[in-house]
Each structure stands twice: as C-alpha cells, then as structure tokens.
Design a protein. Sequence first.
Length: 982
Amino acid sequence: MSVGNVWSGQWVADRLGVRLDGDGDGDGCWVGEERRGGAGGWVGDGGQGVLGGDGGGGPGGDGGSGASGGGVRVGGTDGDGGQGAQRGDGAGGGNGDGVRGGDDGGGRQGIQGGDGDGRQGVHRGDGGAALRELLGLALRRNPKRAHLLVSNVLGKHVPQRPATVHGAGVRLGRRVRELLGDEAAARAVVLGYAETATGLGHSVADGLALTPYLHSTRRPVPGVATVGGFEEEHSHATSHLLLPEDPGLLASTGPLVLVDDEFSTGRTVLNTIAALHRRFPRDHYVVVALVDMRSPGDRARLDAFAADLGARVDLVAAAAGAVHLPDDVLERGARLVAAHEAAAADQEGAPGPTAPPAGAALRVDLGWPEGLPDGGRHGFTPAHRARLEAALPAMATRLAAALTRGPDLPRRPLRRVLVLGFEELMYAPLRIAEALDEALDGVEVRYSTTTRSPVLAVDDPGYAIRTRLTFPAHDGPADGPGPRYAYNVAPGADPDRRFDAVVAVVDSTADTPALHAPDGLLAALGAQTDRLVLAALPSYRPQTPPTPRSVPERQAPHMHQPSYEPLRGPDFSSYAPEEVGWLLQDFSHVTLEAPTEEREEAIQSGGAHYAESLPVEYQPNERYQELFRTALDASAARIARAVGAVTELVLAERSPRPVLVSLARAGTPVGVLMRRWARHAHGLDLPHYAISIVRGRGIDTAALRWLADHHDPSDVVFVDGWTGKGAITRELSDAAAPYPGFDPRIAVLADPGRCVDTYGTRDDFLVPSACLNSTVSGLISRTVLRADLVGPDDFHGAKYYRELAGSDVSGHFLDTVSARFTEVAEAAAADAGRLAATDRTPTWEGWAAVERISQEYGIHDVNLVKPGVGETTRVLLRRVPWKILAQRGAGADLDHVRLLAEQRGVPVEEIDGLPYTCVGLIHPRYTRGATGADGKAVGTAHTATSKANMTDITGEASTADSTGKASTADIAGRDERTVAAR
C-alpha cells in the first residue's frame, strides 16, 4: 500500500534490487483461474480492482478444449462490461458453455483462452501498479527467503479495515463457486494454511457458502488424532498438522480447495496435495491465493505434478506477477538485516510521543456461543457460520460498550481502534472487528494479528513493517517458548498512526500468566494506547472418540454402547442448554410418585429400593422461600470464593481442560458454577454433564461408558456439593473401579467431613441449595433406577417438573453467586494457592465422629446422624428431628438453624470437639423405615407407641405412627438426592 506517493516496498526495492512485475492490464487486478492436468484447458476471469482501482472492461476468456466436452469458461464475471466466454471445442465432443456475469465491481481484462496443452495469450500490461497496491516488502532473518511479501489486505502484518480483509476472501470464494458449480461446491472442502491464511481460508469458505472449512495448525491438541500433515518449505515454522474433529471431512470425494495468502514457489501446495492424495485421493483440486508470484519454472512444476497425479488442479488468484531477485539477494538481505536489527531493537516498542502509561486490560466477556468452534482448527461448517452470524451483533454491542462507556474512560475521543487477533486465531477476531466497525459510528476500526514470524522493522513510509512489538509466546507452544510479534501497532514517529484503543482477542489456551506478565503482550499493548480490552474466546475442543490405545481398557467392562445423547434445557431442565447435559432418560411421562404409605412400607420391608420411586414435590411456601433468599444473600460471596478455589485447584492439578461430571442432583448447581468460573476467569468453555449414582447400586455404568466414548476419562472430574460422612466418596470409588482411566476423587464445594482432597473450603456452612429440592436444581427430580424402566445399557432416569416453573429459583441461585465472582477473584486465587501447598490427605474425621455420636446417643445407626450445616438444615425442614448438636461458640452460621429448631421445638445442644458446625439427629422412633447403607430399610431398636402430629416449615402437616410411616409432607418434602447418605 502506498503512503502518499511512496510504495511500502520501495525501501527494500532500492536496497536489494527487488522488482515486482504484475500480470494484467491497467491498474485493475484480475483473477486468473487455471485448469491443469489431463486434457482440460484453462480460462481467465476478470478480477476486481483493488482498493477502488478500475480495470479494463475487456472480453472474457475463450474456452479451452475439455476432456469430455468443453469446460465452463468463466468470462467477465463481476465486471461491468465483461463479455461472456466464447464456446470452446471439446476434445471428447460437445461444446463448453459460456458464462457471463456482472454483479460485483469494476470490469477487468480477461485472459484469452488456450487449448488443453498449455497456456497462451496472457495479456501482460502494467499490472505492477495493482500488485503494489496489494503488496509491500520487508526483510526478515530467514535463510530460505530474505524478503517478505507483506499483504495489505490479509490482516496479518498491516492493520486494515476488516471489511476489506473479509471481502477479499469472500470474492475469491464466489469465484471458486462459479468455477465448480453449486453441486460440486456443496461437496467441496476448503483447507487454509496456518498461520497467515487461516482467516483468508475462512473468508473463501464464506464466499462459497456451502462448504465446510478446516485449517492446518502448528498447535497439537491432546486427545485429537492427527489425520495428516505437510511441510511449508520457506516458512519460519514449517510443520503443519491437520486435526479435523470429523476425520471423514478430508475423506470426501468432492473438490479440495486449498487457500494460502500467496503462491511464491508452489512447493507448499505440492507438499499438501501429495500428502493428502496418498490417503484421500480425489480428482479435483482448486488452489486459491491473493497473489500468484511463481516463476515460470514453478508454474511448469505444478503442471507436471498435476499430470503425474492424474488429477485436475485449478488456480484462482486475485492478482499475479513475478518477483525479480538478484542472485545474491540472500547475502545482501542478511547483511541489511544485521545492520538494522540493533537500531530496530532500540526503537522496538517505543511509545509514540503522546502514549500514556501502560494500564491494565479490561476483560470483556463477548458471550461467544456455547459449543461454537473459535476457528477452523477442527472444522467449521456452514451451520457454525450461521450461528456466528447471528451472534456477532450482540458481541459487537458488548465490545462497543466496553470501549465507549464507563467512568474511567480516557478524555481523548475514540478515533482509531485496532482489533488484534492472535496467530492462527484470525477469523473470529476479523468478524468481531467487522461487526464492531458497523456498531461504532465515526470510528476507524482496523484489524491485524500477532505472528510468530520475525520481520525487521524500519520506521520508513517506504517499508511495509514500520514498528514491531516483541513479547514471549503465551500459549505453551509445542515447539517450546520463543518470541512473538505484533507489527505496525505502535505508531512509531507518526502520531497519526496511533490507536486510541486496542482490543486483544485470544483463545483461552493463550490466556495464561505469560499473556499478563510485565513483559507480555498486554503490557506491550498497554504502552501504546489509551484503552486496552481483552476478550478471551473459549478454545474449542472436539468431542472425539477415545484414542485407539485406550479403547480396549475403557471398553472392557461392557459389550454394548449406550445410544442416548445428553438431555438439555429447555426440553429437559430449566438450565440453559450449555450449562449442563444430563446423562439421563426423561421419565417425565411416567408416574413414579408412589403413595406415601406404600412407598414407606416397601422400603421398610426391604422389598424395594428408595431409587425405585419418587416422593411428591411440593412448592415451598413463602416462609420457606424467604429462608432461602436470606441464606443466599448472606453466603453468596462465600460460595463464590469456594467455587473459585476448587475450580482453580481442578485446573491446576487435575486437567487444564477438565470434563465436569456432577452427581445429580445436588452436585449439579455446583458443577454449573464451576463451569461459569472457568469461563469467567480463563475463558474456558468446559463440558459439564450430570450423572446418577445410587446408594447401594453404584454409579450409572451406561453413562460412564458414554463419557469414555466421548472424552478422555483422565479429564473427567466428578463434582458434588459438599461432604457429610463421606458415604458418596466410598460409593463412587467402588463403582468406578472397573473402568480404568477415571479418577474417582470428587471435587466438592465444601468438605467438612474431610474425606476428599479437592475442595474449595473445609468450613461447614450453609449452601443455600440445600434448602430446596428440584426448584434449585433445574426442576429435575431425584434420579430413578427401576428394572422395568432401565435396561443394562440404559441411562438412569429422572423427571422434569415443568409445572413448578413459578417457584423455580435455579437461575437466581446461579446468577446471584456468579455476580460475586469478580469481587472474590483475588481471594479465591489465594485460597487455591494456599490449598495447593497444603497436605489435603483425607482424614475421615467426619465418619469417625458420626460413628461415635451414633453410639453415644443410643441411635446405633449412622444413617440417622446427618452431619454438617446443609444436612442439618434438611433434617429440620423435611424430616423428624430429635435434637441438634452445635459446636460450642458457633456464630452466625447457625442463626437459621437455631431459628428453625425453635420453630420445630427441637433442642440445640452445644458440645465441644465437634468436627462439624452442627449435626442433626433424626428421632429413631419416627424413622424405623429410614434407608440404610444399601438403600433399603434398616431396623431400629426403638418403636413408637403413639402417633405424633407436627407441622414443618413447609407449612404442610406431617404425621408419623407406630410403624414409623411418615405422611406425604414429611417424605415428599425430603430431597432424597441420588445418594441420601453423605
């Protein structure tokens, strides 16, 4: 691009003797499409003028001979006056059809046709002017190629208007669609090259509209198999990996469209096609680039390669030409780089004359759609594109608000904004920048990205790379640490080039301490602008099958695979679909609520299990709801801090990309909160599922198998709300033993029982979700396991109580706690650091205390001893309490317990040496049918001779008689969660 009358490659051209010659006519750029291989000819298509330049409206290309009839010859499409292509003779009979267009911009000169044996008649005018609009020149320390062609429309090294960047690729994609036709385009796959062409390839796929997209990557992803790879010979970093989520993406027989920013030698294309053709042969390839700068020898090499391959290779480029280099260009370039590197290092990152001190970045959650890939590393489909298009306006609105509102905004008016992408992450920042440009009136929005490619910076208008910021890699690259660069972001000596705001867009993998370090990217950017905003997009991780090595071990315990998929809201549960997937069957249509007497008698007699039926769910009255609201207001920050601490521990010690699996249903709200914390603090989009575990019968094995088939078991982290005695910990350890790879250790919000090693706190305090049943758990019932409903390969089931929507506080609970994340972030991180350095080996103090209390108070049944604030609260609200044991000196944490005990006429006994804040004791004479360790009845030594009547806090009457049967208000009021004994 020219600055005034100075071409941004003039500095290099003058010193190295480099010359660019363009193909074309006048200042307009043409697009050349070549058909190679076999007997097919090639045609030309008029190309669009670059940056407003108008080309000549000449004739379209003549058709060349075709293998089985004339091929379609694209004429002056997108030209105002381009003539349709003439019919060509087909070698196998028939004529090629001419195509004429006129839909998109200034007319261009077509290329005259040729026969199937070779090229002829390319009009070579003074195309250099158009080429110089597209390209500048710079120098780099690279022994393979000293010069760098710097694109002005790619959005990598030179900040450019996002519509220009996106539009360049879209127009190329439309040409490819015209070349292929809709039927072949729908079967095609677009493959872009990392790192510079990932966004361009995406944009080409946008132009095709019908086609999925994949780009190569230099970032291996754990658990994702490499389908292929190839080398880029002249690149600073050469190895490319192909990691599609769907391995069949590259196995299709349709055309493969390969997109790069430039063709300099064509060797990268040869390497790619050769590697892929061996595994996924096909008969048609289309190569797309912004510029084709190959020498005649390189062009001939591709011709011969295509002929040997027996495949057709088409070429589509926005401009073509040649780079003329002196023989000693590598030596001259190396000397020139060495001479200027020292001076460039002194200037590197120097703020402009009006630069303010570096400030902290403002983190903005853009609301990236759940499950939407952040790029094409693992594939990006037309359906993904539609979801992104729908979400872009809202994301731009959030970003615009962060840039234009707030009390701490700089006084300087917002004039220029840069949206800065991150290495391979080009397309998402580009589309966000484009949407932001539409959302901000009177503001110049530009777009570029960081890169790993080292280029010499020279602050001269005749040089393409004016300034350079250098910072350490911050995404843990597989090839080790190293420097990374952001070009033309600092203004250098020209204050008019300064950006008033910079929006750094990274993926969550790169949102690391290195990014925020004093020498990191954010610090470098903060010194160059008034306002710095950070947006971290969740790194997409494919839902891939297990790796072959681990398949036999994980499949050993079973013969058949479950055929179900997770249930999600709003069809099942009031949670948003992205919050949790329920590995359950929907039993909403099944009558499972048994009459109280029948249910209790069956359990008492030992003939039925508690998980074979459900109690009736009642809507809580106003007093009950007020208790919940009061408890939530008092403990929201405390819960948020514990959520943060346990999530940070999980990320640090268990897996950087954990799969959260909560134990339905009390663990599910905690799992949702942990998922929200990971997204809030790290931009991570973690999978979260809810699974059933039943006391005495173990975990849902079909759900475990589903998890093993869709995730790496070593990434699975089981989540629950809190611990009591630790019964669930033992149950899960036994149940998961036959399934190698799963870690049965549970992560909990609170561990007063000291029976796990991953927790947010060991304080014993009220978690308000203990106060309610389904109305704080997404309106989902306890889980059900009954032989006539659940087969050996079926998920357990549950019901969705849609009719209780009026009393649902599930979202309110989550939002209230999540709203405190920012204020507790520092404390939570400190807690996690302290816990990481602490011996957290489980001591099982809670279980020992429960056994002791059971004996000392003559109960002789640990299932009637409910330790901890949460379980004690449930005893007072839903059971028949006998007495409450309180830790002497316990303060405000027990205010609600004392109030409830007073209302129920239950004594509170303060004692010393209690490992819990309090313990609730259920009166034995009313609990003859209490469920035991195996889920069935456990007899007691006590019987009742009279019937008692009582009213609990729910406002419902409750009765119990000498058989120990409790009425509906007592039993239905319980939240007999999947595992009632904790």
